[in-house]
Design a binder for this molecule. Structure first.
Ligand code: COA
Length: 221
């Protein structure tokens, strides 16, 4: 794993325990993406169906290779163990026919009140604003529900959609890091952070009618 997060500001034991407790009891994402729930081991095949696509799995460095029901079973079980420790969580949303349409996972460093999230939307739904909506839901979950002070992110240098999405959401680039895949290989990544207080300041400015990009309006086509 790359040496992240870059910003490390210690928080009290009490706050760390509050964050862990929140993760342990969270079952649904709620908020903007109300249908996303914590992934269960029996979701492995549906999750593999979402992630095995060439436009998804290879772009996410935390994914195992290959992606199939067996590796997804391990992936989900690992996230359930992280949830038990209060240090990570994996949400999945489904359509009416039971296909997984999006996932969102969070890695939490309670000692620094820092979360890192990853996510993807079904290949057929990409480029139509759905990811923008999911990204916003992810930010809101981390800041408004979980209540961390900061979120960090990493993206591949050539992941234009992700880069645009994070910029629009208000993340700031802070150089690059080397990300390590589960098989030990590495990938250079653009590193990003966003502070809760900056997000709230942007929202207040929006409500006061300030000009500039609207972080709360992902474009839907
Ligand atoms: C990254 C991902 C979640 C974005 O979701 P999406 O639904 O495809 O993206 P959106 O339609 O919401 O668009 C996001 C931004 O990319 C832009 N965009 C869309 N298609 C694009 C393209 N082909 N090239 C460049 N930019 C593009 C949009 O205009 C939008 O930018 P804007 O907010 O400034 O207008 C989705 O593409 C995905 O799951 N990708 C595979 C997995 C992945 O890369 N995950 C992120 C790892 S960090």
């Amino acid at each position: 794993m790359a040496d992240i997060p870059k910003t490390r500001i210690a928080v009290s034991e009490h706050e760390q325990e509050r964050l862990r407790k929140f993760v342990r009891q969270a079952g649904w994402m709620n908020g903007r993406i109300a249908g996303a729930r914590v992934a269960r081991v029996e979701d492995a095949e549906a999750l593999a169906g979402l992630l095995a696509h060439e436009s998804i799995g290879p772009r996410i460095y935390t994914m195992p290779n290959p992606i199939n029901a067996e590796t997804m079973t391990t992936f989900i079980a690992d996230h359930l163990a992280q949830r038990e420790r209060g240090e990570g969580i994996l949400f999945v949303s489904f359509n009416a026919t039971g296909e997984a349409t999006a996932y969102f996972d969070v890695e939490l460093w309670p000692q620094w009140s820092m979360a890192k999230f990853g996510g993807a939307v079904k290949a057929e739904r990409q480029g139509r604003g759905f990811g923008g909506a999911c990204g916003l839901a992810a930010v809101e979950w981390c800041f408004d529900q979980l209540g961390v002070a900061r979120i960090c992110e990493t993206t591949a240098r050539d992941n234009d959609r992700s880069i645009r999405l994070l910029s629009r959401l208000g993340f700031r680039q802070m150089g690059e890091v080397i990300s390590q895949r589960p098989d030990g290989s590495t990938r250079p990544s653009v590193y990003w952070e966003m502070e809760r207080q900056d997000r709230y300041a942007a929202r207040s400015a929006k409500h006061a009618g300030a000009a500039g990009p609207d972080p709360d309006s992902p474009s839907f086509a």
